[in-house]
Design a protein around this ligand. Structure first.
Ligand code: AMP
Ligand code: GLY
Length: 436
């Protein structure tokens, strides 16, 4: 099979790495890809939302399947575009159609969906410009901190959690009246703050059956100790030590099954990944958000733990027989450390030469914001530059190897968080009284 992956991050590099090992893979293309993906396939310099260029690429290279990495093309309807085109409609797209992608594309839609299908989530109300005054009054009925979410896609920046009522009122006004996040904040979801520890669970579904993929935890803040600005993710760990069988069973019964039944009841044919962001409050899961794709850097720890042929699983999704496929997992821990450009997520430099990738031992360097320059050097080309993943029988062993590799890779102003996993260790000790 010839496969096209859409996207250019560490996530797409992990997909390319894994799919290149599939027994049925013939040619692999990545659009637009990065310097790392070009090791496993051919990069095509087109945008993930340029549907006409994607069509041309698919026909030119005789592509048999398209895997969509990021949410943008899904929310904009890439899958619907394929289904509506006589020449493309038989080429499977892994990722939901526009209606399913609303689970991520609109916070209001996803909250309504959860309430309608009795899926545990924080209490909420949605406001627009006209109902700003009601929103301000609603804030007065809540306890701090306050959770305000721009309804639409805002590049991962649309959630704001002010600590005081005054700040929350200013924020709400800014989002609704001053279009702080543009059109994305024309509606704002205000919800109750959930206490607990976060984790994510991922499923792959053909619309009927599903496979539960390994759980993962990511680290969103730039600073050690979870402080500072939000990023795309600074590291990830899989499995999450507290997400034991009993917890995952609760997630399956209370969240996964009702979500899939809900999609069916609502007439949404969903083929692809569902990324369920969860809060674990004393063993009780509640949904924080749905994403309609895999996470980044969660993919860099989840995909390496899948032993089965990923293309076969995707074929199961495409053909509606995922139930006949097996999902075999590696029981070891996988940890990813994200190396970023100094200054990220604010201003940062691009174009610095990356050295030491050949020194990585007992681990995989999944490139993200990288490209090749005219002299064929790998240079930095984004805020998140490389995710280094390592395995271990224990989380500590995996982390030790990943941190060693993080040191081996060199470029100007490299930064990474040295406390990835520290919260999980502390949580484990606190909740069990035993060292991890
Ligand atoms: P989201 O984009 O919905 O994942 O939100 C971004 C981050 O905000 C989440 O990863 C949580 O850390 C936090 N968050 C969102 N909703 C809530 C909530 N209801 N209670 C507590 N934290 C939240
Ligand atoms: N790492 C979080 C995300 O991919 O949304």
């Amino acid at each position: 099979m010839n496969v096209l992956i859409l996207g250019s991050g560490g996530r797409e590099n992990a997909f390319a790495w894994k799919l290149s090992q599939s027994k049925n893979i013939n040619k692999l293309f990545i659009a637009p890809g990065n310097a790392g993906t070009s090791i496993f396939g051919t990069n095509v310099a087109i945008s993930t939302t340029d549907f006409t260029a994607i069509k041309k690429t698919v026909l030119e290279h005789d592509i048999n399947m398209v895997i969509v990495g990021p949410e943008d093309p899904l929310v904009k309807g890439i899958h619907d575009f394929f289904l509506a085109d006589a020449g493309l409609k038989n080429i499977p797209v892994i990722g939901p159609q526009k209606n399913g992608a609303q689970l991520e594309g609109s916070k209001d839609f996803s909250k309504q969906f959860m309430i309608r299908h009795h899926i545990p989530t924080a209490r909420y109300r949605t406001f627009d410009k006209e109902s700003l005054n009601e929103g301000l009054k609603f804030l007065e009925t809540l306890h701090p901190p306050f959770v305000l979410k721009a309804d639409g896609l805002a590049g991962g920046k649309g959630v704001v959690i002010p600590n005081t009522l005054e700040a929350a009122k200013i924020e709400l006004t800014d989002m609704l009246s001053n279009a702080k996040f543009g059109n994305a904040s024309s509606k704002v979801v205000i919800e109750e703050f959930l206490k607990g520890i976060e984790l994510s669970v991922f499923i792959l579904t053909d619309g009927n059956s599903y496979k539960i993929l390994p759980s993962a935890k990511d680290y969103k803040r730039i600073g050690e100790g979870d402080i500072g600005l939000n990023t795309g993710g600074m590291g990830a760990i899989s499995p999450v030590p507290f997400a034991d069988e009993a917890f995952i069973k609760k997630v399956e019964d209370r969240i996964i099954i009702p979500t899939l039944n809900g999609l069916k009841q609502d007439g949404i044919d969903y083929k692809g990944f569902i990324f369920i962001g969860l809060m674990n409050n004393n063993g009780e899961p509640a949904v924080i958000e749905y994403n309609v794709r895999m996470g980044d850097p969660e993919t860099e720890v989840v995909i390496p733990r899948i032993k089965s042929d990923l293309l076969e699983l995707f074929e199961g999704v495409a053909n509606g027989n995922l139930n006949l496929k097996t999902l075999e997992l590696d029981n070891r821990f996988a940890t990813a450390i994200m190396l970023v450009a100094g200054g990220y997520p604010e201003e940062y430099e691009k174009g610095n030469i990356i050295k030491g990738l050949d020194l990585v031992e007992d681990g995989i360097a999944f490139q993200a914001g990288t490209k090749l320059n005219s002299e064929n050097n790998i240079i930095t080309d984004g805020g998140r530059v490389i995710a280094v993943t390592s395995f271990g029988q224990t989380m500590d062993e995996a982390l030790k190897k990943a941190f060693l590799n993080a040191e081996r890779i060199q470029y100007k102003d490299k930064f990474y968080r040295k406390d990835i996993g520290a919260d999980l260790k502390a949580y484990f000790i606190e909740s069990t009284g035993k060292p991890m």
